[in-house]
Design a protein around this ligand. Structure first.
Ligand SMILES: [Zn+2]
Length: 171
């Protein structure tokens, strides 16, 4: 009888241990999303950004299609967040989409992008934000034409492009 109780307790302990392990593993498998580092008040953002940038980045606005400064850019370089300068995309990830906004098939690794379900206007979309400062970038869709199948549709207003310097030829 005593043995049965001991066995029961032992098994109980094993189960608890197993659950502990499981929760630890699950925690590890979560995608790497960087902690938001820059936290500013909206008044501070208003001072730092142009009215157009503020409307898109902080109020989740959308620039009119085919009007943004980067939708046709094909130069080599890096695209950073216009609010905090965190690097988000490179020109290698950009593709020509006819949607009128700069489009990328993936983002730089390391949890640079924060994803959130957006149910505005009666449809469900995935909003993308800069993980570093929480500013709105655009949306990501599953209809990309490249191998990743993704289309990160980003407002030009939300980006700053840093053109790669051409190699200087020495005489
Ligand atoms: Zn940012």
């Amino acid at each position: 009888m005593r043995l049965a109780v001991l066995l029961f307790l032992f098994l109980q302990a094993c189960t608890n241990y197993g659950q502990d392990m499981k929760s630890k593993i699950v925690e590890k498998e979560k995608p790497a999303v960087a902690e938001q580092k820059i936290v500013r008040t909206e008044a501070e953002w208003r001072k730092l950004l142009t009215p157009e940038q503020y409307q898109v980045l902080r109020e989740k606005g959308t620039e009119a299609p085919f009007t943004g400064k980067y939708y046709k850019t094909n130069d080599k370089g890096v695209y950073s967040c216009a609010a905090c300068n965190a690097e988000l995309f490179t020109s290698d990830m950009k593709f020509d989409s006819d949607c009128g906004w700069p489009s990328f098939d993936r983002a730089l690794e390391g949890g640079k992008i924060k994803y959130e379900v957006d149910r505005a206007y009666g449809w469900v979309r995935t909003e993308i934000m800069c993980a570093n400062c929480g500013s709105h970038l655009g949306h990501v869709f599953d209809d990309g034409p490249t191998l990743t199948g993704k289309r990160y549709c980003v407002n030009s207003v939300s980006l700053t492009f840093y053109r790669e310097k051409p190699e200087v030829k020495k005489n």
